[in-house]
Ligand binder design. Structure first.
Ligand code: IVH
Length: 678
């Protein structure tokens, strides 16, 4: 430590911690790791203990980090939301257990161990079984009201299930964690990379950034998930079971998502064994976890122990150290993506990391290399972001050799030599040449891939061959391949050629959303493509859509499509070459199946529905899909032509308008009985 006085160092630490709190809680863009942050806090806590006169009431060691941000209503929790004390050491965990035993004057305690979910804390309130509110932790006393965004989480029921063994309290604040899976994190980052946007460092930041989006349609495009694990304020007060373990059973019985992995333990050894079991499992779990939470199982004893100003005395988090490795950066190579984005990749001296050998890692983009001053020949530390892709985190400057010079990012595309560009507001550097051979190949590969047209026989290697021969330069070329030419690709390829051609032929009548996704328009993933297919019903209609066709009020059912995406789509079709692709595909006989012709019924043929408010069990998208599967149309606004308004809780202006126009109003139950035909 420094020669500064404890007072100076403490002030400095408070300031530094406040800075990192702002980055982590409010901006979801931390610059240091959890462990580095925890070390700063630990140093401050130690100094405060040694110098009690200098300790301050509002020190960051005494309060919960504040996540509140602009644009949200503040809501005061009925019961405070707390944080957890944490440790990285098994010995400290044992000390914590021993302390509880001492204070309670008992040795036969039962502990409950849960994974610590790496997301953001949320409190969901249910009144008589209906979800009425979701609020972030905020400063522990009041948080941001994120109800609208939380309603886009498909697994969060708006109505609790009745269960004889688990009576639903009149009112309960249930605590849990909103998170993103590693796969979804990866998917969104890939999409952002293609769009030239800054990447998120890990699933937690992405989940936090998502829940704080002011536009719920953007939130709905990202598959947020949630698990619930804790109790907040409850009425009547004695309505819940007496142990944490049993409380979990109730939460599950109510139909709320919970984590499957939990342990009960009766000694320090058993607690540490459970933690180590979790450590072995954690890379394969369906949620991101950065540690274990050890809780006293008995709620009565929890009450006896109480809490400090920010954390309960009956629980402690054990955090796993981030897995990192240091290795030499041998060179930097540049990959060109489907939309021309140049991604720098670190070529590393192979090193073991979290169970695999890593020899390549992403460097994200030009700005990141410059910001971290990463140079070829440096020793760098590598971490797995979201468990999958390794990323270069930092440079070990102590090992920098004088001959290492700053990296010069290429000014020309390494594939086609076109001068690169950087669009305003983007972090990505791009190759602007739409005919750049790599872009062409990647576009066709994407189109044929499983997630899109899923064309049998047209894997990446085959696309490479077709592109190399110059037979496929644009998507329509796929539908004009010459059998004789294909037969020259190898010996005995007759059978596989016929299979390939049959696969391509069959793709002509694939579902519409597959084509839309296959075009590779920025921001348009599979979920959005499905929404677009439902709304526009055909390739031509999509190509002709103007911004007005997208902009409707926020309650609109087509939802999912925010203005960023709408601009990307209209921008895409403003390019003549892209319109020509659609025209040529149609001329060549591509005739996608529209959602309404998907073998559904015709009960609602000719009828127009409008959906509004929150339905008890269906999301509006699900209801729309069910209506459309029966040939009905779903529109965003009520007019004289509307056949039915389906209204849920908190229906607003649309309900009023429907009543004025004497449009028949249905609730979900009535809609369901019409769907089932009686
Ligand atoms: S118990 C009063 N259990 O970790 C008890 N918290 O670092 C406090 N967290 O704010 C919460 N998984 O957001 C608990 N299984 C779990 C958890 C968990 C994640 C979060 C929670 C809390 C933070 C503390």
């Amino acid at each position: 430590m420094s020669l500064r006085s404890p007072e100076q160092r403490m002030a400095e630490l408070r300031e530094t911690i406040a800075h990192h709190d702002e980055l982590y809680y409010r901006q979801a863009k931390p610059e240091i790791t959890d462990q580095q942050y925890d070390e700063l806090k630990r140093e401050l806590a130690d100094l405060e203990e040694e110098n009690p006169l200098l300790a301050m009431m509002d020190s960051p060691t005494q309060k919960v980090g504040d996540d509140r941000s602009e644009g949200f209503q503040s809501y005061t929790h009925r019961e405070r939301m707390m944080s957890l004390d944490n440790t990285y050491s098994g010995d400290e965990m044992r000390e914590f257990l021993a302390r509880m035993e001492r204070e309670l004057e008992r040795t036969e305690l039962t502990y409950f161990i849960e994974p610590k979910i790496d997301g953001l804390a949320v409190s969901v309130t249910y009144e008589n079984g209906r979800m009425v509110r979701a609020v972030t932790r905020g400063n522990g006393i009041a948080g941001d009201d994120i109800t609208a965004n939380a309603r886009t989480i498909r697994t969060l029921p708006s109505q609790l299930q009745a269960d004889a063994g688990a009576p639903i309290p009149e009112l309960i604040e249930i605590r849990g964690e909103i998170f993103l899976t590693n796969e979804e994190f990866q998917r969104i980052n890939e999409e952002r990379e293609e769009a030239g946007e800054a990447l998120y460092a890990n699933p937690r930041n992405l989940a936090a950034g998502t829940i704080k989006q002011l536009d719920p349609t953007v939130v709905a495009q990202r598959k947020l998930e949630i698990v619930l694990y804790g109790r907040g304020y409850t009425e009547p007060v004695a309505a819940l079971p007496e142990t944490q373990k049993r409380f979990f059973d109730w939460v599950r019985a109510w139909g709320l998502p919970t984590v499957a992995n939990q342990w009960s333990a009766h000694s320090g050894d058993e607690v540490l064994a459970a933690i180590s079991e979790l450590d072995d499992l954690r890379h394969d779990l369906p949620y991101p976890t950065d540690g274990a939470v050890v809780k006293l199982d008995s709620v009565a004893l929890q009450r006896t122990l109480g809490a400090t100003s920010k954390a309960p005395r009956w629980a402690m988090a054990y955090k796993f150290e981030a897995e990192r490795a240091e290795t030499e950066l041998k060179s930097i190579s540049i990959q060109v993506g489907r939309t021309g984005v140049l991604t720098p990749v670190a070529e590393l001296a192979p090193v073991q990391l979290a169970g695999t050998t890593v020899s390549r890692a992403t460097l994200h983009n030009r700005d990141e290399i410059a910001r971290k001053d990463i140079r070829v020949g440096d020793f760098v530390s590598v971490e797995k972001a979201g468990e999958i892709i390794p990323a270069v985190i930092a440079v070990n400057l102590d090992k920098r050799r004088p001959e290492c010079v700053p990296y010069a990012f290429p000014e020309a595309c390494p594939v086609c030599t076109a001068p690169t560009v950087q669009l305003e507001g983007e972090v990505a550097v791009r190759c602007p040449n739409l005919e750049c051979p790599v872009q062409v190949r990647r576009r066709v590969q994407h189109f044929a891939s499983r997630a899109c047209l899923d064309i049998e026989g047209l894997g990446e290697a085959m696309v490479d061959q077709l592109a190399e021969k110059g037979w496929v330069k644009r998507l329509p070329d796929l539908y004009q391949l010459d059998r004789e030419n294909l037969l020259t690709l190898g010996k005995n390829v007759g059978k596989s050629t016929d299979k390939l051609l049959a696969g391509i032929e069959a793709s002509k009548t694939s579902e519409l959303w597959r084509f839309i996704h296959g075009l590779g328009i920025t921001h348009v993933g599979a979920a959005a493509a499905k929404d677009l297919a439902r709304v526009f019903g055909g390739l031509r209609a999509l190509a002709d859509a103007t911004m007005e066709d997208y902009i409707r009020d926020k309650e609109t059912v087509i939802s999912g499509i925010g203005s960023t995406m709408a601009e990307a789509i209209t921008g895409y079709f403003a390019v003549e070459a892209n319109r020509a692709v659609i025209d040529d595909l149609i001329t060549l006989g591509v005739e996608p199946e529209t959602p309404n012709s998907e073998g559904g019924g015709t009960k609602f043929a000719g009828q127009t529905f409008v959906l509004t408010g929150t339905l008890p069990t269906l999301t509006r998208n699900e209801a729309a899909e069910m209506i459309e599967a029966q040939g009905g149309k779903v529109s965003g606004s009520v007019s004289k032509k509307t056949s039915y308004l389906v209204a849920g809780a908190e229906a607003g202006s649309k309900l009023a308008k429907a009543e004025k126009l004497k449009v028949q109003v249905l609730d979900e139950a009535q809609l369901r009985s019409m769907l089932s035909g009686d």
